[in-house]
Design a protein around this ligand. Structure first.
Ligand SMILES: *Cc1c(COP(=O)(O)O)cnc(C)c1O
Length: 460
């Protein structure tokens, strides 16, 4: 075994192999040397387990593979053919062209992020968004932070640390990704007081639970599940009235933050921030990258005294937005103020895609696949909004369907599609591989068809 260890080359010798020398002679030398050391360590461990020592070529190849893996671009383009518009694992909302340009401009030069150019005095990064948020929701004040989870944490910490927060038992829920209302309350130092039952909660349940130590009534929108049947929840208007009478803040966690009415697209009406504000909520929290269709952010709008308490809290500094996000969010909000969101914000463009247009694209895809000698069908299907918005609600769509056969195993083709570049993520249902044009950008069509041809030929 000792001799097996001695057969291993030195780091320097490994880096002198023709493949690696080109890299190792440059500024990446130190990184390459680390990778060579790691490969040699792995080889020593393998010898320790009784395995034969690797050949010199195998070791050099292992170092090269490590380097390629390290330098491989991640966050690479994915073609989303799932039909799930706000797909959390694929990055949620896509930005409008204006939002992309704004983020890029903010990254490329210094800006008046926190400088009032008129006076030359120090300014606040809040000014870039607050007026837009106020105009869009008719709230007194507004603020944006890192995401809605941090907006909730900030709101509950600033308003309710060391005090009680009353929540309906049916709303003490998990949103996903480990975000659970009881946990957020505990983190904020507030005590959760659950009232009512899972399916029915009444105003008197809240009323009877209010004590001198109650800081807030919290409503949480059930954004990723639905309770049907014998159900009762208290309206925001009634909660707000109760809060006003008893001097208790009312916080509404809306989740998605639809500034436009989803009912216009044949979907259930998703509660809107401006409705909560009008109903009298003290603070309304929602995401920037769900139905709002902007960058990851958490938006809080509501009564000025409450928003000011959030801005002043030390946690606000820990969850503040960076300049690129502020720029992208501002550009996104401007689309709504100009009445052009459905024309420019990808989430709403995808929701608004017509059945005719979707069918035309699915047919074009099918023709291309058939030309390659594979059976392809165009079938009616459903797209989902996703991202914890409108659970169970779908939009009618047209799909390219590749049925399973002796030659075509859907899971194998799906795996090949995910492995190439750009990766393609499709859906498998009823033993067919399905592609939904709704979430594929028109400019991605050629790449999608090329990848499909490649993956199918690999199956033959
Ligand atoms: C999605 C969601 C959150 C978390 O928002 P992020 O922006 O993902 O942090 C919180 N509450 C509700 C009701 C949600 O739907």
């Amino acid at each position: 075994m000792q001799s097996a260890y001695r057969q291993l080359p030195s780091v320097d010798r490994l880096l002198q192999t023709p493949h690696l020398r080109a890299l190792a002679d440059g500024p990446a030398h130190d990184t390459l040397a680390d990778l060579a050391r790691e490969a040699l360590d792995a080889a020593r461990q393998a010898i320790g387990r009784g395995e034969p020592p690797p050949t010199f070529d195998a070791l050099a190849a292992a170092v090269e593979a490590r380097a390629l893996r390290l330098w491989r671009p991640t966050l690479a383009e994915v073609i989303n053919a799932t039909g799930v518009i706000i797909h959390t694992n694929l990055g949620r909302a896509l930005l409008s062209d204006a939002a992309i340009a704004a983020a890029s401009a903010a990254a490329a030069s210094y800006s008046d992020l926190e400088l009032d150019l008129a006076s030359g005095e120090r300014g606040s990064r809040h000014v870039h968004l607050e007026e837009l948020l106020v105009r869009l929701t008719a709230a007194e004040a507004g603020l944006a932070v890192n995401n809605n989870a941090s907006a909730m944490l900030l709101a509950l910490t600033a308003l309710a640390h060391g005090r009680e927060v009353i929540v309906s038992r049916g709303q003490a829920v998990e949103i996903g990704g480990g975000f659970r209302i009881p946990d957020v309350l505990r983190q904020s130092g507030a005590t959760l007081v659950e009232v009512g039952t899972t399916n029915r909660t009444y105003l008197h349940d809240y009323e009877e639970a209010i004590t001198p130590n109650t800081a807030a009534l919290l409503r949480v929108h059930s954004s990723n599940f639905r309770v049907v049947g014998f159900v009762h929840e208290v309206s925001m208007a009634d909660l707000a009235t109760l809060g006003r009478e008893r001097g208790v803040a009312v916080v509404d966690d809306l989740g998605s933050g639809a500034l436009l009415d989803t009912a216009a697209y044949g979907l259930v009406h998703e509660p809107m921030p401006q409705e909560s504000v009008a109903a009298g909520a003290g603070l309304v929290c929602f995401s920037g990258d769900k139905l709002l269709g902007g960058p990851q952010a958490g938006i809080v709008v509501g009564q000025r005294v409450l928003v000011e308490r959030l801005k002043r809290h030390p946690l606000a500094r820990a969850v503040r937005l960076d300049k690129m996000t502020i720029a992208a969010l501002r550009a996104t909000l401007l689309h709504y103020l100009r009445g052009e969101a459905t024309a420019h914000v990808p989430v709403w463009q995808m929701m608004a895609a017509t059945a005719d247009a979707l069918r035309r694209r699915a047919r074009r895809w099918a023709r291309s696949v058939s030309a390659g000698g594979w059976p392809a069908q165009v079938v009616a299907g459903r797209s989902a909004v996703g991202g914890g918005s409108l659970p169970g609600e779908t939009l009618p769509t047209w799909l390219l369907a590749l049925p399973a056969s002796e030659r075509l195993r859907p899971s194998a083709v799906a795996a090949r599609l995910r492995a190439g570049s750009p990766a393609v993520v499709a859906r498998i249902e009823h033993d067919a591989l399905l592609f939904d044009p709704r979430t594929v950008l028109p400019r991605q069509d050629p790449a999608l068809l090329a990848r499909l041809g490649e993956a199918l030929d690999g199956a033959a």
